[in-house]
Design a protein around this ligand. Sequence first.
Ligand SMILES: Nc1nc2c(ncn2[C@@H]2O[C@H](COP(=O)(O)OP(=O)(O)OP(=O)(O)O)[C@@H](O)[C@H]2O)c(=O)[nH]1
Ligand SMILES: [Mg+2]
Length: 672
Amino acid sequence: MQLLNLGILAHVDAGKTSLTERLLFDAGVIGEIGRVDDGSTQTDTLALERERGITIKAAVVSFAIGDLTVNLIDTPGHPDFIAEVERALSVLDGAVLVISAVEGVQAQTRVLMRTLRRLRIPTVIFVNKIDRGGAGYERLLADIKDRLSPAIVPMGSARNLGTAAAAWLPYGPADEGFASRLADVLTLHDDVLLADYVAHEQALTYRRLRSALAAHTRKALVYPVYFGSAITGAGISSLTAGLAELLPDTSDQAKAGNAHCSGTVFKVERGRAGEKVAYVRLFSGTASIRQPLRYGAMAGHAGKIAKLTGISVFSGGPAIPAESVQAGQIAKLWGLADVRVGDAIGDAGTNELMHHFAPPTLETVVVPARAADRPALHVALSRLAEQDPLINLRQDAVRQELLLSLYGEVQKEVIQATLAADFGIEVGFRETTTLCTERLIGAGAAAEFMGDGANPFKATIGLRLSPAAPGSGTRFQLEIERGALPPAFLTAIEETARQTLTEGLYGWRVPDCVITVTHSGYVPPPPQGWSKYSSSAADFRQLTPLVVMTALKQARTVVCEPVSSFRLEVPQDSVTSVLTALARLGATRQGPGVAGAVAVVTGEIPSGRAHELQQQLPGLTGGEGVLESEFARYQQVPGDFPVRPRTDHNPLCRQEYLLRVQRGALRLRSAG
Ligand SMILES: Nc1nc2c(ncn2[C@@H]2O[C@H](COP(=O)(O)OP(=O)(O)OP(=O)(O)O)[C@@H](O)[C@H]2O)c(=O)[nH]1
Ligand SMILES: [Mg+2]
């Protein structure tokens, strides 16, 4: 069976859900086209999505193009829900990047395209809304070339743009200009093609160029561009033919018969009876009903094993019950009780979910309207965290408050509405604050030895913490003999050390660090077996935070805040007031440069202030200014050291916190 797992990605409102609906209709899966504005589409099924007319969760639908089954993942375009896109990316064979023919390339279009290019995901570009007034063609192509990729191939021409009669005319063998443009783009990446072209121009027949186009698209070297309208249906048949012809399918994977089972969980939801349902893409092997299946395995972690109680496979229509799921397919699995988004499936799979986009940079405290709801709120938020681990639910050990990481205000409103609608819990939020991190200044080492009066545990642990490059993550390594410590004790040290580093000296996460075990010791069991006199994993779990915090204090850390890069387009006559505002908000800048009638200013701004800039912009520019901003990196907070402990939205707690730092009693704090 030929299978294509296809993602639809775009800036918010470009028309992904409308296009999905149109594709399902054309394939005969639905008899009537639903509309986003009426809340009647197949993929915006949540009450909140229908109410607001935006997509919040990625959704899977399936249809057939001839012999090809397409599993399509409709993703949200709002940047607050980028985590949904990230999870979908790990299971795609190809993508359609949708751009509005009126608005052109927008901020999120660029963020998405950059990631698609980096991950080498074969992508077709679809310029939607050609029926809307103000739709462009040449302007759009220039914009795409300039801001997304120069390696594009327009696949046809457009007529009657901006009217209900707007049409798309695909190029064919008779269009000489098309063949020569194809040859120009394709020979850039293909030496054999180039040599043949130079030797004898006629050697590049139309057929050969078309098959080279497919080969290059599959390698993500070139990006075919189609135009059309999800609402009128213009250009859709051409796009569908292009998807089948130019994007890769997974038939090779399916042939790889009885290889080890491996896959990724990219979505988790709750079924009608409250049971967990995991959406999985299998990369190799087979998973069958009633057979044991391993899931959640990671480096140093065996994961869990459970028997599948139900499988539904997407195969050209609604998901249908099946006995097994094969390599290449997307399926819903029942029976994996502790499954979380991002879990690897199978013995072979230990693929942790990679992060392709910036992490959330905001945090907020969730407060139940009725104090009695607090325990229920914890349960409800834990459920939301199963579906979206990036919200990183935490409980402040001192104040018993529940904290969440966030991308933005819309996500916050959605969480609030979901808690009210699905769990009957009314909540409010404290003011949203910026989520900082801590970076090690130098290396630090500490050790606690068994038998030493100050160490009440039956464990010896020595650790060294050294700085690692920003973005490289935490690495755990041994300087002791492997085998010097039973594996369970090593795991206890590693897990606890990683956990301790989620709150550094000032309470912020320490994201980039090398942890080296320098000393170890334990009380082995007497010959008759483990007893209360021998060491246990609990000894290692309790001692590790103390060693980590002492090493951290020696290494010292600085607090770093998120910084966003920005691009501003403003009318010439507002440049002065915009520059003054930028300086007040602590931005650094290049420019202004001139782009046509407008001035362009680029630079960096603390992410926490980017929101303020957005709010001030209409006033500063008479409503004409356009701001694009996205997270760039973490940067040391300017000013005196130490600054901005985690709990700075709470002055009482801050004092207590600093006292704890001085007393070295930080090990008492652990994330809830
Ligand atoms: N005129 C016209 N309007 C369109 C077209 N496609 C979508 N729209 C409208 O544009 C709006 C947004 O469409 P959606 O399909 O929800 O866009 P989306 O990309 O799924 O939006 P998010 O999922 O929220 O990011 C809706 O009002 C649609 O009716 C089109 O081809 N022509
Ligand atoms: Mg949508």
